[in-house]
Every structure is written in structure tokens, then in C-alpha cells.
Design a protein around this ligand. Structure first.
Ligand code: NAD
Length: 526
């Protein structure tokens, strides 16, 4: 499962980790674990006694064992880490691999005030005013590796509320130490600064001009977090995805002095995310980036998985890199200005997820389709979340598409060929073409793999409600020719993704041309 299930709180002594953890857990309906308490219980004596009797290494070993135990739990948990835990290499790797690491940060003076004389904290050696700045300097590299930074200069309840608002219902893309969090909530745009690398002093904001208002709001929020913003407005759309545009943006990043520890933020649809991610992958051989999608397609699909790149004269996405973002922030309120056609056509991908994995999507679509088409932020956030869960699971299982990731191409065999066949008049956008392709794949799934007919009827009915039932007037022979051209590109025959049943996709299926022609006859107009 890729729903976020573990949050680890780290920070200097006095930052309130132990007080915040149970409050945060209560807000999320999760359990909480305090690693220091676990160590005391395991050792049967206070931590200072462990250090005095057995040495600091013995204390660290107990901490590591308690952390490993917490990570093995099957329930959702908030973990309050001892202050020095994140600075230990093995612990840091485990924390990054298995949780969203939240750094609770507060100014030294406030920490010192909260700590009093430092009694009971052996590493403060009775002198917090001297030790806190030293510990901060020592642990800075570890804190810089946190996924989320939240100010701890407030009451614990308020801090817990802040973390809960950002991470409730979040999804995690479990890619080991390159794993990242997808925040999904109305108003999430204002949380983008929390996801920036703590060490970043400049943000290059590559933003679609179509999202000018959100771009200004985001730039203001980043500036208030104490960073410089280099604004790089672009015109979103397929024409942005060129080698030239990427080169010009790279030049602007160099001119602005964007450095290794800085961050690129993409605000826009899939075209902006693809180019900005590619620019982030190549500037100084790779800098951090955050993807803030503004189209429904980007929220449920293109923003997740790290595929970045540009088109070449010979075809789409022929140059690029797999470069995972450090976070994805989905704010359904940003969809308010998206025109109806691209909004509706993204449902082809959502219905696709429901057919290949489901994870509760069919029930959500059955219960809320009219509100979803009206862009009601509540059900929309739920549908975006489940779509992200499915894409994150599939990406994590096969990051570079050597196998299972191919199931994401359900409906795309015909879809891509139709897009190519109609490219000259733009009659079909991507989602509309994929919807036709899913109807064809549905027919073949029933015929060749015995997929239950009522499941395919459900797929076709939902597509129809989304306005995706048109049968385009395209010559089937032309579609077959474009499919064959794709075949030459991969050199291994046309391979289909078909369904044995909902949630049981089979990729790499060879289909006789006669069956394909019959299916095309049913989904294309004469
Ligand atoms: N990287 C991946 O894994 C992946 C997956 C699927 C698709 N893609 C790519 O995504 C691209 C398509 O992305 P897309 O469908 O998100 O569209 P897009 O980025 O091409 O944008 C389409 C249009 O919508 C406008 N727009 C964007 N957000 C808006 C908003 N909130 N309000 C009003 N207008 C807005 C844009 O300016 C543009 O004119 C394609 O290039 C495709 O190859 C990539």
C-alpha cells in the first residue's frame, strides 16, 4: 500500500517531538511511539544512566532496535525520534526509506528557554545555551535531509495541526531513500514551502502563465519562507516540450545562480512538469524539484513517477530522464480554471486505474460522479488520492518500465495510434483517444480473456457519463498502420494490455489482426 502510514518527527532537544507525536497521532487516528520511552523500557533505566553505565554507543544501539521495531508495526504510526537518531547513518536510511520525516524547527533561543537547565538530557551536559548551537551545527546535514519542515515555535497542539493538515490523506511513493510524499488537499498550494529542501535559498518557479494567480500566491509563500524566487513563466502545452525551451530554461537557471542545494518548482500541467523535471534533472547534473500539478491529468498521472523529458522531431518524449521529484503537491482548488474538455478527458485515466487496480475507485465513481464532474473538492481529493495510490504502487514496483509498469498502458495501444492518426486536426485529445482505446481493449478482454462483460459495461457507462463515448470517424486501416509503426519502433509486435477481470490486467498480449479490426469497427464511426 502506498497511502502514507508512518510519520517520523525529528528535531533538536526542546522542539516538542514527544509532546507533538501523540497529539498528531490523535488527529490522524493513528498510534504513536516515543523512541526515548522505548529505550527506557528496554534498558530498565533512564537514558542518562544507560549513557553513564554503558556508553553512548549502547544507547544508540537501543534506539536503533526500537526504531526497527516501530517500522515493523503494521498499523499507522507517528514516531517521536530521539534528537540524535536522524544523525545516525543506519537510522537515517531507515527513516527515509519507510516514513515521511518531519523536522520540527525552532530558533535556538526558544529551545534553550524550553530546556531550562537540561536536566535528564545527558547530551546537553547541563548547559543547553552552549550545546544547542553546537548540536544544530552537527546535525544540520541530517535535518537538511527531512522531507517536510514545520515551525515548532508554537504550542504542541498547533504544531500537530499544521503537520496533520499537510499530511492527512497523503500518499507515499515508496522508492527507498528516493521515496517522496504526495500531499493532496484543498489549499495545499500554500504548503509548498514546507516541502522545500531546508538548505534551499533560491527557488526557480517554472509556472504556466495559465496559472498566473496561483504562481503569484506561491511565489509570495516561498518568499515569506525566507527564500529568493526566480520566476520563469512559460506557455504550457505540447509546444513547450522542446529541446530549445529546455535549453533556454537551463540558461535562465544558470544566470540566476540556482545552486546544487536549491530547488525547481513546476506549476502547471503535464507539459510544464515534463520540461521542468527534465531541467531539474540536468541543471548541475540534477537538483531537487517539486511538482505542483494544475490539470487533473497531471494530478492523477503525469506528476507521479519521475518520467521527464521533451519531444524530438521524430516523436513524443524521445529525450528525457527518470528524475523523481522530492514532493508532489496536489491542490484540487487549482482545477477551477481548467476548461471542461481537458478536465473531463482526464477521467479516462481515472477509469483506467479503476479497471487495472481499483482500490475503491469504482465505488467513489459510482457514488459521486455528478459532483466529481462539478469539481466538488471533497470527492475530487478522494479520487485523486486513490489514483495516486495506484500509480505510486505501480511505479514503485517497476520504476523504469521493464515490466509491470506497462499495465498503465491499458487503452493506450489504440489511443496512441488514434492520436497519431488525428494529429493533423487535433480532433481528439489524449484522454479522449485513450477512452476509445479502452473500449476497444474492453471488447478484446471479453473475447480473448473471458473478462466479465458487466465489468466492461461499467467502464463504458462511466466513460459515457464523462462525455468520453464519441466514436471518431477514422479509417481503421489508418489506425492499424499507426499501431504497426509503433510496433516497428519497439521491434516486437503490437502488445496489448487486456483484462482477465477488473484488477487482473495482463500485459504483453498478442492479438490477431482480425480481432483488432472487429473491435475497431465497433468503436470507430463509419
Ligand atoms: N511524465 C509522465 O509520466 C506523463 C504522463 C502522462 C502525460 N504526460 C504528458 O503530459 C502532457 C499533457 O499534460 P496536460 O494534459 O496536463 O496538459 P498541458 O500541460 O499540455 O496543458 C494543457 C493546457 O491547459 C492549460 N492549463 C494548465 N493548467 C490550467 C489551469 N489550471 N487552468 C487553465 N488552464 C490550464 C495549459 O496552459 C495548456 O494550454 C503531454 O505532453 C504528455 O506527454 C506525461
Amino acid at each position: 500500500m502506498s497511502a502514507l502510514r508512518r510519520i517520523a518527527l525529528v528535531g533538536l532537544p526542546g522542539s516538542g517531538k514527544s509532546a507533538v507525536a501523540p497529539l498528531l497521532a490523535a488527529r490522524l487516528g493513528w498510534a504513536s511511539v516515543d523512541i526515548d520511552d522505548e529505550v527506557v523500557a528496554d534498558a530498565g533505566k533512564p537514558i542518562e544512566q544507560v549513557v553513564v553505565d554503558d556508553g553512548e554507543q549502547a544507547f544508540r544501539d537501543l534506539e536503533q532496535a526500537a526504531l526497527e521495531r516501530a517500522m515493523r508495526r503494521s498499523d499507522s504510526i507517528v514516531i517521536a525520534c530521539g534528537g540524535g537518531l536522524i544523525a545516525q547513518e543506519a537510522a537515517r536510511r531507515l527513516l527515509h526509506d519507510m516514513s515521511c520525516v518531519v523536522w520540527l524547527d525552532a530558533p535556538d533561543a526558544l529551545l534553550v528557554e524550553r530546556l531550562g537547565n537540561g536536566a535528564g538530557r545527558p547530551l546537553l551536559r547541563g548547559n543547553p545555551a552552549e550545546r544547542i548551537p553546537q548540536l544544530r551545527a552537527m546535525r544540520q546535514p541530517a535535518h537538511d535531509s527531512a522531507h517536510l519542515t514545520v515551525s515548532a515555535a508554537a504550542e504542541p497542539g498547533e504544531v500537530a495541526g499544521r503537520v496533520a493538515a499537510a499530511l492527512k490523506g497523503a500518499v507515499r511513493v515508496p522508492l527507498g531513500t528516493r521515496g517522496y510524499t504526495i500531499e493532496i488537499s484543498p489549499g495545499a498550494l500554500d504548503d509548498v514551502p514546507l516541502h522545500l529542501p531546508p538548505a534551499a535559498t533560491r527557488v526557480a518557479l517554472i509556472a504556466d502563465r495559465a496559472a498566473g494567480g496561483p504562481a503569484r500566491r506561491l511565489a509570495g509563500a516561498v518568499q515569506r519562507s525566507g527564500r529568493e524566487v526566480t520566476a520563469l513563466p512559460v506557455n504550457g502545452g505540447e509546444r513547450l516540450k522542446t529541446w530549445g525551451a529546455a535549453g533556454r530554461l537551463l540558461g535562465r537557471l544558470s544566470d540566476a545562480g540556482v545552486r546544487r542545494h536549491d530547488c525547481v518548482v513546476a506549476l502547471g500541467g503535464g507539459s510544464v512538469g515534463d520540461v521542468a523535471g527534465f531541467v531539474a534533472a540536468t541543471h548541475l547534473r540534477g537538483v531537487a524539484w517539486i511538482n505542483v500539478p494544475t490539470t487533473l491529468l497531471a494530478m492523477v498521472d503525469s506528476a507521479i513517477g519521475g518520467k521527464t523529458g521533451v519531444n524530438l522531431a521524430r516523436g513524443k518524449n524521445l529525450a528525457g530522464a527518470v528524475w523523481q521529484p522530492r514532493a508532489v503537491v496536489c491542490d484540487p482548488e487549482l482545477l477551477g480554471t481548467l476548461p471542461d474538455r481537458p478536465y473531463r478527458s482526464a477521467f479516462a485515466e481515472i477509469v483506467k486505474y479503476s479497471m487495472i487496480r481499483d482500490r475503491g475507485l469504482a465505488a467513489l465513481l459510482d457514488a459521486h460522479l455528478p459532483e466529481l464532474l462539478e469539481r466538488d473538492a471533497g470527492p475530487l481529493a478522494a479520487v485523486v488520492r486513490q489514483s495516486c495510490v495506484i500509480k505510486a504502487e505501480i511505479v514503485a514496483a517497476d520504476e523504469r518500465e521493464s515490466g509491470e509498469r506497462a499495465i498503465l498502458n491499458y487503452g493506450h495501444t489504440v489511443g496512441h495510434a488514434l492520436e497519431a492518426a488525428t494529429a493533423y486536426d487535433g480532433a481528439l485529445n489524449h484522454g479522449e483517444a485513450v477512452a476509445v482505446g479502452m473500449r476497444a481493449a474492453g471488447i478484446l478482454s471479453v473475447e480473448l480473456l473471458g473478462c466479465p462483460r458487466d465489468q466492461i459495461r461499467w467502464q463504458d457507462r462511466v466513460l459515457e457519463h464523462c462525455g468520453l463515448a464519441a466514436s471518431p470517424r477514422v479509417d481503421p486501416t489508418l489506425v492499424l498502420r499507426h499501431m504497426a509503426a509503433d510496433k516497428k519502433a519497439v521491434g516486437a509486435g503490437v502488445r496489448w494490455v487486456l483484462l482477465e477481470a477488473r484488477g487482473r490486467p495482463r500485459f504483453g498480449q498478442a492479438v490477431p489482426e482480425r480481432a483488432v479490426r472487429q473491435a475497431l469497427d465497433q468503436v470507430l464511426a463509419r
